[in-house]
Write a protein that binds this ligand. Sequence first.
Ligand code: FAD
Length: 399
Amino acid sequence: MEKYDVVIVGGGIAGLSVARELSKYKVSTLVIEKNEGFGKEMTASNMTLVCQGADSLTFRHGTLHAELNIKSIPLWPKYAEELGIPFKKIGGLGLIRDRIDFFRFMKMYSRAFKSSLKGEESYYIPKGSFEPLQFLDKKTLKDLEPYSNPKIQGALYDPNLAVTDPVKLAVALAENAKANGVEFLLKNEVKKIMREDEYFTIMTNETSVKGSFVVNASGINADRLAEMVKARDFSYIPVKGVLTDFDEDTSEVFKHQAFYLPSLGEPHIKAVVPLIYGGLRVGIHLSFTLRSDKEIPLGAVDHNLGVIKSIAPGYPFEKHIKKTFFGIMPLTNAETGWHDFVVDIPPHVPRWINIVLGPAGVSSSPMLGKKVVELLSTSGLEMEPNPRFSSSAKGGVKG
Ligand SMILES: Cc1cc2nc3c(=O)[nH]c(=O)nc-3n(C[C@H](O)[C@H](O)[C@H](O)COP(=O)(O)OP(=O)(O)OC[C@H]3O[C@@H](n4cnc5c(N)ncnc54)[C@H](O)[C@@H]3O)c2cc1C
């Protein structure tokens, strides 16, 4: 039976960010993925936004979610260049309809400003790598986005927000990790894991391997994997997020990401994102779900159409719908209402790392790998640098 220092279960953005970071060290690593290619689950079904987190209202201070996202912002341009993936700053507009919105955005703005005063000591806004947020009046907004709803009074502008192609990123991370020595097992679903004193035995539908450390990066299945070795020290609710894509003609209609703050009791997100290859992505109709449920909920397409029409009325979006699809995300911390990432070693199961990302995991990719390497290193994995590491080499791996 093959034995590895680290076995990563899951070939989405989480597992592959870790695999690529680990390839910088002399560590034998295997990634096991149940699908034929990479990034085909949550990583393929999202808004494609990166460099999120300037708005310190939705990214709650003090959470790992905020830390990994905001620390990732300055790393993104080089990260994308090394990996040869598309990355484009589009800027984000928090749309202001009334005084209540304005005061909520003021709170967001002043939190971001206060964090910036902490300078280099603050992880929230790294000095010099982050463009400040800015309030735009009605006329400036109209000049920027001529199709925007005339009822909108202005916007809080975040120039840092960007888009990418998350699936291309997943494939590029895998190819780079492969070139630097990481091994892959595709079309292998992990069915059972046994914990011994010194290692784990991981059994798939085809084979068995041993790993001294296991990184559980299996997305919405992370609870099931953790339960196999009694390492589940987290809970989450699977939430279905429905997205609607509009064709390339609509690229001319809106150029920035834009969103409304949710009103009290409003269960859905109202946002539009210009996609990197053209067209608009609109959402997000949210509903509690079972992970096996493959139906688009009733009313979801109408909701998404209503969102874009409320942002840019007067354009016949109904004639430009391309497709509607969904991703299922794990939402943690339901009791506090502030979602957070899980990236930790349960105290009673050493050498096992759980990763549960949920919203904004793509954005956090550059920092996530570093965080996990730090955890592995402090739990005893020898991390000698790989002298042959190349940041942009590509190995042949089916994506
Ligand atoms: C509607 C929606 C919008 C979002 N918008 C954004 C956004 O704009 N920006 C952003 O940063 N984030 C966004 N996110 C979140 C982002 O998509 C996730 O954080 C990220 O994709 C999670 O990656 P992951 O690797 O943890 O999970 P996944 O991509 O799901 O990867 C897990 C992998 O594990 C594999 N796997 C599972 N079980 C097994 C097993 N037993 N054996 C082998 N393999 C297994 C799966 O096949 C899968 O490939 C959004 C999410 C949703 C749903």
